[in-house]
Design a protein around this ligand. Sequence first.
Ligand code: NAD
Ligand code: UDP
Length: 315
Amino acid sequence: MHIRKRILITGGAGFIGSHLSEVLLQQGHDVLCVDNFFTGTKDNLEHLFDNSHFELLRHDVTFPLYVEVDEIYNLACPASPIHYQHDPVQTTKTSVHGAINMLGLAKRTKAKILQASTSEVYGDPEIHPQTEDYWGHVNPIGFRSCYDEGKRCAETLFFDYHRQHKLRIKVARIFNTYGPRMHPNDGRVVSNFIVQALQGKDITIYGDGSQSRSFCYVDDLVDVLIRLMNSKDSFTGPVNTGNPGEFTIKELAEHVITLTGSKSKLIFKPLPSDDPRQRQPNIELARKELGWEPKVALKEGLIKTIAYFDELLKH
Ligand code: NAD
Ligand code: UDP
């Protein structure tokens, strides 16, 4: 028999949250999104407004929230460097106070709670590819620290609530994820390159473009987040969620130019401070515990993302 769960998604109006909402509604659940609309928008969820099982609430997770739910996906937090560095104090508060408030809610309602953590907990990693037992190489006082250390502290809180209060927790370390509904001006590399290519502007490579990232298409990421939430209680993570296909930033730029047929030129700009040199998830744990691996290759995902931005830029 199908059990309709009441599911809370914080940061639900953002890029990943909007896709997650869609899939959980399709699976027959009640979805409540809370968002302060800092980087997310109602436009990302507009197509769900007619569904009577969907609700959207304007709320900042740094303040307590009283609702009755069975599961919580804690996604609230700006994710792109431009956005999280805009108001760094608020970024740390969102991760830390947000985690405390949502863990408190989970404790009161006995809900299961999943944290959207990040590969940034590894900082500029000294081991490659990264496995979950690596403690990281993070600058505590740099421009990225508000995000990295906020997310690290949130992981600490999750594990202390688990040990101290027996909460059912799940921690996903998400690696670079892309797809439709990324913010066009958020400065992240995939959206930047696609928008620049479609507008015939120069493609801005920071540094010499030899730094690497591994890019996961959003549908694969939503699939693994739901599998993680539904996994046995004894499996808490942290678990790497990402696509191990690793590309240099220059290779990504070349793919985007080929797939858009753009005449844009590559230009080189200074590398931001603390920019990680390389990043690739080892996903053996997700394979073993969740039976998951990504299905969408970079080319296929880029084609879908380019189609989205092409449409968006016409309006
Ligand atoms: P996003 O910026 O599109 O979504 C984040 C959402 O959180 C936005 O809708 C924003 O308005 C909301 N938000 C921010 N502060 C809030 C607050 N104080 N109260 C309520 N809502 C708030 O980013 P995304 O890419 O969808 O990321 C979602 C989550 O996944 C984030 O926690 C991010 O750190 C994590 N993550 C994302 C990636 C990625 O590559 N996209 C990688 C690692 C981790
Ligand atoms: N980057 C780039 N040009 C851009 C935007 C980003 O070369 O226009 C680089 C950035 O310096 C980093 C990589 O692309 O090395 C990924 O950047 P992003 O901001 O997407 O994510 P993160 O650094 O958090 O992985």
